[in-house]
Every structure is written in C-alpha cells, then in structure tokens.
Write a protein that binds this ligand. Sequence first.
Ligand code: GLU
Length: 444
Amino acid sequence: MNIKNLMSMLEARHPGEHEYFQAVGEVLISIEDVYNEHPEFEKAQIIERIVEPDRIYTFKVPWVDDNGQIHVNLGYRIQFNNAIGPYKGGIRFSPHVTLSTLKFLGFEQTFKNALTTLPMGGAKGGSDFDPTGKSPNEIMRFCQAFMLELWRFIGPEIDIPAGDIGVGAREIGYMYGMNRKLTHENTGVFTGKSIEYGGSLIRPEATGYGAFYFISQMLKNIGTDVKGKTVAVSGFGNVAWGAVLKATEMGAKVITISGPDGYVLDRDGVSGEKIDYMLELRASNNNVVKPYAEKYGVPFIAGKKPWEVKVDIAMPCATQNELNGDDAQQLKDNGVLCVAEVSNMGCTPEAIDLFIDNKILYGPGKAVNAGGVATSGLEMTQNAMHLNWSAEEVDTKLKQIMVNIHEQCVKYGTREDGYINYMKGANVASFLKVAKAMVAQGVV
Ligand code: GLU
C-alpha cells in the first residue's frame, strides 16, 4: 500500500473534502502494517474500495417557516459500506454540514460499527438545516420535508438512520411518523425512537454511558480507577448529558460543560438537578450554556474551550476537531491522565500525535463513543423480536460490548513498551473485520 499515492488520488478526485481526507489518512496510517501482511487484501483492492462510499444520495429540502417564508436546505444520505450488515448511522442537522463532513462520519461509522461486534454496516446523513431558534412546528415541518425524500432509500434491512448533532428523540419522532405515513409500515427503521413506539431503554444515555465504561477500562488497565477524578466535558447535548450522568454516578467529578458561547466552570461538580437542567438547555434550542452559570452562580468563561482547566480526564463531547494541538499541549502541561473522544474525530491529528508521543491515554471516538450505535443495534434486535428488554438488560449488554471493544484495542494496539495505542488498536481490529467480509463476498 502506498499511502501517499492513495491520498493524492483521493484529493484529486474529491477536491476540498478535508475532513474526509483526515479520517481516511488516520486509518490508512494505522493499518499499513497489517494490510501489508495480508496479500489477499491488496489482491482484492480492499483499500481502494473501502475508502469510497457505496453511494451518496443528495436532495433538495424545501420547507416553509412560521411566517410563510420558503427555505431550501440540502439533504444527504451516504451509504458507505454494508459488508457486515445493513447500513447504519445517524442524521446530523447543523449549518456546518457539508458532503465532506458526512463522508468522514460515514467512513468512521463503518469501522465503529464493526467494533461493536454487532452486524451493522456504516452510513451517515443529514442536512445543513440549522435548528437554532426554530419553533417546534418549524422543526416538525423540516423533518417531514426531509423524509419526503429520504424514505425511498431506507428500510429496516437496508439502512437504519438515528440521531446525531441536532437530531434527538423529538426529530426522530417526526421523521419516523412521516416514514410510517408514506410506507404504510410500522417497522423499526429508525433507532433512538421514544420508548412508546419501539425505542430502547438506555438508548438516550448510551453514548455517554458507554464512553465512561470505556474510560474506566482504560484506567483499570493502568492500575487506577475513575473515583475522585476530575473531568472536563465539552458540549451540553445528549451525549455530554449521558457522560456527566455516568461519570457522577461512578464517583468522578465533572467540572465543565460548554457551548458555542463559552464554558461553565462548576468546581462543586455538575450533579443532581444540574444534570437535568442540561436537558432543558438543549430543549430550549438556543445553543448556549451561559444560562447554567447564571442559574447556579458559577463562573462562565465566554468564547473559550474547557481544555485550559486542570483535570484528570478530558472528554470532548461536542463536534469534530474541537480539541487542537494547542489545547492538547495545555492539557498535557496540566498533567491530564486520559483524553477520550466522545465526539466523532474530536481531536485534530496534531493533538492525537502529542498525546501518543507523551504516552497519555488517548481513546479515539470510534471506540469510545461506540456505545451509542451499539445500543441502537440492541434496539434493532428488540424491534426484530417484537419485545422490550429492561434497562438492566440493555445496560449489562452495553457494558459488555464496551469491555469487548477495549479488549480489541488492547489486542491490536499494545506496543512493545507496554503503551496502548488505542487509535491503532481500534482501526486495525475494525478494518480486519470489514476487509475480511469484503474479501469473502467478492468484488461487488
Ligand atoms: N450518531 C451516532 C454515532 O455517531 C449514533 C448512530 C446510530 O445510533 O446509528 O455513532
């Protein structure tokens, strides 16, 4: 494999898709050795085939706001790879969504889903629609307009969407409802549904819970635990909420949450009703955390990220590339023990290099945040069986899946000096699974 040639080929073919190149580049560097040990991969041109999505749907989404004004957004669904199971992955509504964003996310999803041990391929979708400041009726009309196109491409054995940034249970409800109306079917074609119509208990909490289970495995592996550790969390949405809940329950202390407006520093810890208040903040659709600081009388640091605060554990839970090389340096200077990406590709390549060079525990998003989609897989299983598991049952399975992902990272990422390169471990373990499935199924 010649990584340089491959990257040049991709860059010539898809000009300007930087996030996608970043995600592909990271995987290629990690898997180079193992790829070269498997001539059957080269013979089947697995790399050339795995870096391109199977297909991309792009569509126009016209909708009408509360004042009668017409808007046009773009909608996408990227079906990346279904070698190990039906396409599966979330939908993101954000003004920052571009084709490049969704391609990087779909590519990551393919490997993340392989790590979960469940049979799910990779996909991602979304729109450049900005939910900030929209009324509940506008959100509903947009979701319905989006589904008027998307419904043709999905199905419970074809492609199963879910939530992501800007898409939670409310939006999924509206999309599911429109899909039901158009198809005359009530199948579990989305995950992240509310419990009343086929959702799974623990799904809302699962990404954050899974992340903290993973972190506790990382710390256990170096002979310590999460009790009493201080944690910086970025973001304040669904993923951050689940992470704060589990961190607090397991005896760690979360001292920051953040939004696009800045971060809140709560030295007493985000706990109890303050955690519930995060949900209110998200539901308000204003995309700010400052009201938390005002309500609880704690400092608000405008326009800054929480990585300047001295903590044991850093958990980026907001969006891609939210933690850069300078942030990483600051965390290192402050003695950080563990950095776990809960957002997808939360750290820039410079930040990751700095953590690995300095033997700081670093968990990549595709391993750390896989609990969300894993629990989506458990929701699909329950839907297929037409029954519901208890919260304990789902949580036990989720915990086991995260332990298993950690073991896969250790198996493929342990270096000779004993340091575990979780990025390499996660990339190699997941690549091997998808690549072997592709070889077995021929050139299709
Ligand atoms: N959007 C989430 C992720 O990045 C969840 C996807 C799903 O549940 O399908 O993994």
